[in-house]
Design a protein around this ligand. Structure first.
Ligand code: ATP
Ligand code: MG
Ligand code: MG
Length: 483
C-alpha cells in the first residue's frame, strides 16, 4: 500500500515539518502509519514532551477528508479536556507533507504505549510472535485473557472516555471501539542507538516493561489508558442530551429508517446489530462494541466471529475470507444468527422497521432470517467459562445440582461469572435503547467487585463536577419499552 494514494514513504531519520525527526514505527492501521518522532528543537517547542507520535494519513481524497474531520473533532476533544482527566488522546499539532504518493495529513499526538491488542498478546503465552500476530490476530485461537483487575481498570477508564465523548459539548459516537484503538498511557522510555535509531522493536516501558513485568500485579495501578483513533467518529444524530435521555419521546430519529443507505461503521467483530441492519447509529452503538471487547479481554476469545461470504475484516485479509466466498449466506446473516444464539430472542420489530437493510436480511412477514446456518444456542455464562455443553453437563452431574431448582445457576457458576454476565448483558441488547449508557455502567457491581489480592483504589469513581455534566437518570421503564 506504499503507492500513489497510499501511505507516505517514511524512513528513520526523516525530518517532518522541519521539526520532528522520525525515530521508530509505532503502529499502523487502515488509514495511516504512526511514527515516534523526536522534537528537534525542544526548547522552542510549545510542548513539554521530547517525543511525539505522528499519524501520517494515506493520501487518497477520501482519507484526506476523513483526516480533516478527525482533526476538527480532536481539537474539541482536546480543548474540552483541559485537566486531561477523561482518558482521551490529545492532539498537539497538525501539518501536511507531500511525498511520492501524494499529500498526506499528519496528526501530532502525545506518545502513548502499547495498544490493548498488544497487551492481550503479552498475556497469552500461546499467541504468535508480534508480526504474525498482527495479521492473524482474530482467527488464531487465544486461550488466556488479561487478569481481571486490569480488565476492570481498562473498562472503567474506557467507559469514562465514552461518557465524555457521548455527552455535550462533544456529543460524538466513536464507531470504531476495539482493542487496537485503546492505548496504554505508560511513560515510554526508548533506548536510542545512534546507528540503528531505536534499538529494539519493542519499546522499553519505564519501570514497567510489560514484557518482563506482566505477572507483577502490584504494578497494576499503573494501567492507565487513553481512547484514541477518532478517525471514524460521527456526530450524534440527535444533538446533546436527547440521545442520552431514555424515555418514550427520545430516539425519534433512531427508529426512523434512514432515507439513504447508511455508511458501514464499526469493525466486523465489534459491530452492533443496528449497524448490521442499517439503522441510524447512536451512543449505544459504541456500548455494544464495548461489551464485545470486555468479553474478549476477560476470556481472550473473540465473542462474535461470523463466517459467510461478503465483507469481513477487510483490513486484515488473512486468507480465511476467500474460503467463505462460496457459502450460501452472508457474513451479516451469520452475525445476526450468532447474536440470536446468545440473546435467545428475535430482534424487536421496531428495530427491524428502522433498518435500511432489514428486508434483505429478514422476511418481513415471518420476521425470520432469510439465510444462515443453524448456530447452537449458547449461554453467555458458558462462553465466559469456556465450557462446551458436555463440559457443563459434567459439572452439573459432579456437583449433583438439580437444574430445576430456582438458584441452580448460582450453584453452577461462580458469582463473579454471573456478575460479569450481567454486566455484559447490559451492553449486549438487540436495541440500543435498552443498553446502559457508559455513565450508568460505571456503577455496575462487577466493576466494583474486587478480590483480596488486588486492592482497588487506583481510580476515584466520583464524577467530576465540572465537565461534562452527567446525563439525566434513566426512567424506570427500561424493560417495558414495548418491543
Ligand atoms: P484504524 O485501522 O483502526 O482506523 P488508523 O489508521 O486510524 O487505524 P490509529 O488507530 O490512530 O490509526 O493508529 C494505529 C496504531 O498506531 C494504533 O493501534 C497504535 O498501536 C499506534 N498509535 C496510534 N497513536 C499512538 C500514540 N499516540 N502513541 C503510540 N502509538 C500510537
Ligand atoms: Mg485504529
Ligand atoms: Mg482509524
Amino acid at each position: 500500500d506504499y503507492r500513489n494514494g497510499g501511505y507516505h514513504e517514511v524512513f528513520i531519520g526523516d525530518v517532518l515539518n522541519q521539526q520532528y525527526k522520525v525515530c521508530h514505527k509505532l503502529g499502523w492501521g487502515h488509514f495511516s502509519t504512526v511514527w515516534l518522532c523526536e522534537i528537534l528543537d525542544s526548547r522552542r517547542s510549545p510542548f513539554p514532551n521530547k517525543f511525539v507520535a505522528i499519524k501520517i494519513v494515506r493520501s487518497q481524497p477520501n482519507y484526506t477528508k476523513a483526516a480533516k474531520e478527525e482533526i476538527s473533532m480532536l481539537k474539541t476533544i482536546t480543548e474540552c479536556d483541559k485537566e486531561n482527566s477523561n482518558h482521551v488522546s490529545h492532539l498537539l499539532d497538525f501539518f501536511s507533507v507531500t511525498g511520492r504518493n501524494g499529500t498526506h495529513h499528519c496528526l501530532v499526538f502525545e506518545t502513548l504505549g502499547l495498544n490493548i491488542l498488544n497487551l492481550l498478546r503479552l498475556y497469552d503465552p500461546t499467541s504468535l510472535p508480534q508480526e504474525t500476530f498482527s495479521v492473524m490476530y482474530r482467527t488464531f485461537p487465544r486461550i488466556y485473557g488479561v487478569p481481571q483487575p486490569i480488565v476492570k481498570l481498562i473498562c472503567i477508564q474506557t467507559l469514562r472516555a465514552l461518557h465524555y465523548l457521548h455527552s455535550p459539548p462533544i456529543s460524538l459516537i466513536h464507531t470504531d471501539l476495539k482493542p487496537e484503538n485503546i492505548l496504554l498511557e505508560w511513560p515510554v522510555v526508548f533506548c536510542i542507538d545512534d546507528r540503528q535509531g531505536i534499538k529494539n522493536a519493542d519499546a522499553f516501558f519505564g519501570d514497567c516493561n510489560p514484557d518482563h513485568d506482566i505477572h507483577r500485579h502490584s504494578k497494576f495501578k499503573k494501567y492507565r489508558i487513553k481512547l484514541s483513533d477518532f478517525g471514524n467518529s460521527i456526530h450524534s444524530p440527535e444533538s446533546g442530551m436527547a440521545v442520552l435521555e431514555k424515555g418514550p419521546h427520545a430516539h425519534s430519529l433512531l427508529f426512523q429508517k434512514p432515507p439513504y443507505p447508511p455508511h458501514r461503521i464499526q469493525t466486523r467483530q465489534y459491530r452492533a446489530p443496528e449497524s448490521i441492519l442499517g439503522c441510524t447509529p447512536s451512543p449505544g452503538t459504541d456500548l455494544w462494541s464495548f461489551g464485545c471487547m470486555a468479553f474478549e479481554l476477560v476470556t481472550g476469545r473473540v465473542l462474535f466471529n461470523p463466517r459467510g461470504k461478503g465483507e469481513g475484516d477487510l483490513e486484515w485479509n488473512d486468507g480465511y475470507d476467500d474460503q467463505d466466498d462460496n457459502s450460501a449466506y452472508d457474513r451479516d446473516d451469520d452475525h445476526l444468527t450468532l447474536v440470536k444464539a446468545i440473546l435467545h430472542t428475535d430482534p424487536p420489530e421496531k428495530l427491524l422497521n428502522a433498518g435500511f437493510w432489514s428486508e434483505d436480511l429478514f422476511d418481513i412477514f415471518t420476521r425470520q432470517q432469510r439465510r444462515g446456518i443453524k448456530r447452537k444456542e449458547r449461554e453467555l455464562a458458558d462462553l465466559i467459562m469456556g465450557w462446551t455443553k458436555v463440559e457443563k453437563e459434567l459439572i452439573i452431574q459432579q456437583k449433583q445440582i438439580d437444574i430445576n431448582q430456582p438458584n441452580a445457576r448460582e450453584l453452577i457458576y461462580p458469582t463473579p461469572v454471573l456478575q460479569f454476565e450481567a454486566f455484559l448483558l447490559k451492553c449486549l441488547t438487540w436495541s440500543p435503547v435498552d443498553r446502559y449508557s457508559a455513565f450508568e455502567l460505571l456503577n455496575d457491581d462487577w466493576l466494583k467487585l474486587t478480590t483480596d489480592d488486588y486492592e482497588f483504589d487506583g481510580l476515584n469513581l466520583i464524577q467530576s463536577t465540572t465537565n461534562p455534566p452527567s446525563p439525566p437518570k434513566r426512567p424506570k421503564h427500561r424493560y417495558q419499552s414495548g418491543f
